[in-house]
Design a protein around this ligand. Sequence first.
Ligand code: CA
Length: 507
Amino acid sequence: MKKVIIIFMALLLTFPLTSCQKKKEKVEIVDDNYRNIYEIFVASFYDSDGDKKGDLNGVTKKLDYIEEMGYTGIWLMPIHRSPSYHKYDVVDYYSIDPDYGTIEDFEKLCEEAHKRDINIIIDLVVNHTSNLNSWFIKGLDAYKNGTISQYLNWYNFSSEPQYGFAEKDGVYYEARFVDSMPDLNLDCREVRDEIINIMKFWIDKGVDGFRLDAVTSYYTNDIEKNVEFLSWINKAAKAIKEDCYIVGEAWTSDVEIRKYYESGIDSFFLFSLSQGEGLLAQTVKNLKPIPQYKNALRNAVSIANGHIPAIFLDNHDTNRITGSMGRTKTEDTKFVYGIAAMLNGTMYTYYGTEIGMVGSRKDENKRIAMLWDSDKMNDLCKNPEGTTQEEYAYPGVKQQQKDENSLLNYHKQVNYLRNKYPEIARGEYEIANKLTTATLIAIEKTWQDKTICIVINFDKENTATVDLSELRDYSNCEYVSAVNGKAELKDKTLTLPAYTIAILSQQ
Ligand code: CA
């Protein structure tokens, strides 16, 4: 009798009474470039040595947090020596900015990240350099004095004023963004050779890929030449490291992004889906969610055309999504992340978005200190100079970790599902039209002979009852709910609360 009870107890533990679960376990990470990437502005993230400036060792110290949250990649905004707080104007591409640490710190970060199956990509800013870069100083000097220098041809110098040019010491030079950021001459062979050297250098230090800044400005208003350059840089990177992942920032229309994918670059950020006015936020805010979500899904896959869609809601240049959704609208803020993360591709999360940080208007406001602990405000990194909004909409990491229903725990559960079911990011999708209604969508995704079904209830208030009898024999169900509801799968009927996403799988 005792034995029977033990077996029964064991069965209970193995098969919970309800077959819909909300659990977390350590999952195997697929070693490819469909990842959950966490974007970090190092200066505002975590300070390891008490100078109030975030640094690389600070990122290393927070790797356990990053791993626990289910991020499988990190994008570091520029880390090279630079005179600006944002560091998008590089003085020395072979250095780490002293505020951030040393090359050894960087190697340590890569090593520790890789132990946790987390990849590292870094910003590669080659449209322009800082005007304090020695290449520019030497080139300008040679042009001015009529002397010979290898750097004469590295920038576009002119003796006459031209549109998009700045002036120094009577010499004009192309500088499309600001005077302190002269544009490199990307037609110059030596510049291209140097870019290869830079990529080699950092791949050798441990990076897994690069985020290319401002690719539409490489050759301003010349998409053909931009595609040619991107195709070149992609081949060059893959010649150094076969699986080197490259994501390009082409802040432009879907039509142009589609064209940019012809370069063979792995990913381009899909701007039309991002931000408060983008397709995903509108899907949550509007009354006709399903046609819009179908568009988002179709666009993501079709624009990438066999490559990897790069999905994001906000980044260091945009207003933070929490403010765009409404800073008291926690359920909407959660749900928009949930539906974004159910799309195919790599999902990018800007640091602090997982705890609902806000920031808008000035760039500095979008890059304030990560809120680790609301009770220890004095321990935070110093905000960028010029910040005009310093408030937080939600408590810090420590507080949210203890709250089962926090934004942070919602993000964590979504990331866990993306990691556990590789079909979400990689699968060929088919919409189960028979189940789809005005507020509910069912999407089957197949990858490597395995099919799952994602069911999303877009209704903000009402629970949906879904008859699954016409689908495959799905017997497992895991879910994530933006309203803290409980999903249930029983006898081929799925009960799905408002704003809840279920992942159905077969035994
Ligand atoms: Ca520091």
